[in-house]
Design a protein around this ligand. Structure first.
Ligand SMILES: [Zn+2]
Length: 136
């Protein structure tokens, strides 16, 4: 129980909230002292403190309202990879966008025959970039 209280006091959220509340009260007292300095009757000191605190909370809610809006994420379509491939019938080169997870059918621009783009893989040895190549 005590460790939970200590963890709550040590948490960054509590620290920020504490500093914020302290600043709010300091400003409220300054406003009340200023009001007395400008000739307000001393009986109005605490009403000025309460009023200044209330105004600060209202201003805080107004200026932080845009931050309370949920963030909307817009899905972004990735740029398609376009493959240069030759038609299986007439051997003319076609530019075909690769769609992942779909059958990549296309019609040849020359002979209008329907083709399917097959994607294969190939391995090669990885190489190391030379950091300071010397040109001889
Ligand atoms: Zn063709």
């Amino acid at each position: 129980m005590i460790s939970k209280v200590i963890n709550f006091i040590k948490s960054p959220l509590t620290l920020v909230a504490g500093i914020s509340l302290l600043a709010t009260f300091v400003i409220a007292f300054l406003v009340a002292f200023l009001a007395l300095g400008f000739g307000a009757p001393s009986i109005l000191f605490w009403p000025f403190v309460v009023l200044a605190i209330g105004i600060q909370f209202i201003l805080f809610s107004i200026f932080n309202a845009p931050l309370q809006q949920p963030i909307q994420y817009i899905p972004v379509e990735p740029e398609p990879i376009v493959a240069s491939t030759r038609c299986a019938v007439c051997d003319v080169t076609n530019e075909v966008p690769i769609k992942w997870g779909q059958e990549n059918k296309y019609e040849c621009v020359s002979c209008k025959v329907s083709n399917i783009l097959l994607i294969s893989t190939k391995s090669t040895q990885s190489t190391i970039i030379i950091s300071n190549p010397k040109v001889v």
